[in-house]
Design a protein around this ligand. Structure first.
Ligand code: MLT
Ligand code: ZN
Length: 478
């Protein structure tokens, strides 16, 4: 693709001067990977992808874009589930990849903080924390590719939210480049800092629509000394909830993850993802994965697992259970959970509903939405799974095998709205941890309309009056 005619050549020259020739990509063969989302729902266009090496370069880029009214799309690991980092098809938006800003600036084992740049992958940040004897307690399926800037901009949740909260709960400080190129350095490492509005929390979860996060101070926690993992077949979603309640009652401080999987979802993983195995004698319709972990010495977590699971078995809630005997077995059990997204992708077209309800309503959500989707489209594959301990279920639907993918995807809003109606009756949310991106702004008026959306629009107008930051994402209009 030729550079878009609406972008003067001298702007490209100036971008090149800021980042150097290797920091600006215009060849279509090289920009392609930045223009399509991971799920292949959206293909955008762009006249260039710019890759700043540091905050100052990004600030210069934003000053230039501000002066010329050029819209930008910040991008990290490009793992959004809702097209949050994919440009529109207009070709007029500049993609800003943060991936070269990948330095760990500091780690402090006494403060238990780390200062990391936006382009550091979540896994690299986890490894750095571990290297200093700490733990960065955020874990998501895409952590090998997802970058800190995107993780914070989407307020990612993941597998350990039940214990440590979402990404926003781990942020002490931020550095942000604003729409006009000003830099806000709020990289404070303070546990207490009541000095006016909490700006950092405004940028976390804003999906790059209010400013571009360039670095963050994150909290670390003590690294577990013991970890114990079990994979269980359970009798029903209600039984799964009851098992969760048993572990919370037994030792709430040890529950590191509590994940639900449907039988169909695990079947897809076993069939479509090489090297996965069911650690139980027979398949079931419902499973849970429990991870207990603690920094306490000699905590006897394996004994805790056995005690709670035995009682749950006696009461008919747990049908069968496997407790991991080694790190390799822990990884094998987690693979059954983590490969759900990949297996669903391989099974055909899918519609994702990343929804949340109060934890106690998860069984009602699973039953209600399953019935509603089956009534909407007979033969649809209902594959709910996810973070039961947070009330966050990925209520995903895979196309009937004999249906054309395009016909199924044409029903995406009908399916999303069907699930959303059940979620609404249970006082839940239509987006739990994936955000809004460009997939869900159409739902904002209905769900957040009134004072809430009006306030969001006012904030957007105040911080980005020209609408240059990630246009078309999050808000339906402003
Ligand atoms: C996960 O937890 O694996 C992802 O957030 C879910 C998805 O693929 O919908
Ligand atoms: Zn998830």
């Amino acid at each position: 693709m030729m550079p878009d005619q609406s972008v003067p050549e001298h702007v490209l020259d100036q971008l090149r001067m800021i980042v150097g020739a290797s920091g600006l990509i215009t060849a279509p063969g090289e920009t392609a990977g930045y223009l399509e989302d991971w799920r292949r729902l959206y293909v955008g266009r762009s006249f260039a992808v710019v890759r700043p090496a540091n905050t100052d370069e990004l600030a210069q880029i934003m000053r230039l874009c501000h002066a010329h009214g050029i819209a930008v799309v910040p991008q990290g690991g490009n793992t959004s589930m809702v097209g949050g980092a994919t440009p529109s098809p207009s070709g007029t938006e500049l993609v800003i990849s943060l991936s070269r800003m990948n330095r760990i600036r500091a780690i402090d084992a006494i403060d238990m903080t780390m200062t990391v740049e936006a382009g550091v992958t979540l896994r690299a940040a986890q490894d750095a924390a571990t290297g200093q004897g700490g733990l960065l307690p955020l874990s998501i399926g895409s952590e090998g590719s997802a970058q800190i800037g995107g993780v914070l901009s989407t307020n990612a949740g993941g597998n350990n939210t039940v214990r440590y909260g979402n990404a926003r709960d781990l942020v002490l400080g931020l550095e942000v480049v604003m729409a006009d190129g000003q830099v806000w350095n709020g990289l404070r490492r303070l546990r207490k800092d009541n000095t006016g509005y909490c700006l950092r929390q405004l940028f976390v979860g804003a999906e790059g629509t209010l400013g571009i996060i360039t670095a963050a101070v994150l909290k670390m926690v003590a690294r577990p000394r013991e970890t114990a993992v079990a994979f269980c077949a359970v009798a029903s979603p209600e039984a799964a909830l009851s098992v969760f309640a048993r572990f919370q009652a037994h030792d709430p401080a040890a529950v590191q993850a509590f994940e639900y999987m449907s039988g169909l979802g695990v079947d897809l993983v076993l069939r479509l993802v090489e090297g996965t195995i069911l650690p139980l004698a027979a398949r079931a319709d419902h499973y849970v994965l429990i991870e207990l972990a603690t920094p306490r010495p000699n905590a006897g977590l394996r004994q805790s697992l056995e005690t709670v699971l035995e009682a749950a078995m006696e009461d008919g809630e747990v049908i069968d259970a496997a407790i991991a005997e080694s790190d390799a077995q822990i990884r094998a059990i987690w693979r059954l959970r983590e490969e759900h997204s990949e297996a669903q992708k391989r099974a055909g077209a899918s519609v994702k509903n990343d929804v949340s309800v109060p934890v106690s309503s998860v069984p009602a959500l699973i039953r209600g939405a399953t019935a509603a989707c089956a009534a909407l489209l007979p033969g649809i594959l209902v594959v709910p799974f996810g973070h039961m301990g947070d009330g966050n279920i990925h209520f995903n639907l895979v196309q009937p095998p004999d249906m054309a993918a395009a016909d199924f995807l044409a029903l995406d809003h009908a399916i999303m709205d069907t699930v959303a109606e059940i979620v609404r009756t249970l006082d839940g949310s239509f987006s739990a941890e994936h955000g809004i991106g460009q997939l869900k702004p159409y739902m904002m008026e209905d769900w957040r309309g009134g004072a809430e959306l009006a306030t969001m629009q006012k904030i957007k107008r105040a911080l980005d009056p020209a609408g240059l930051l990630n246009p078309g994402k999050v808000l339906p209009s402003f």
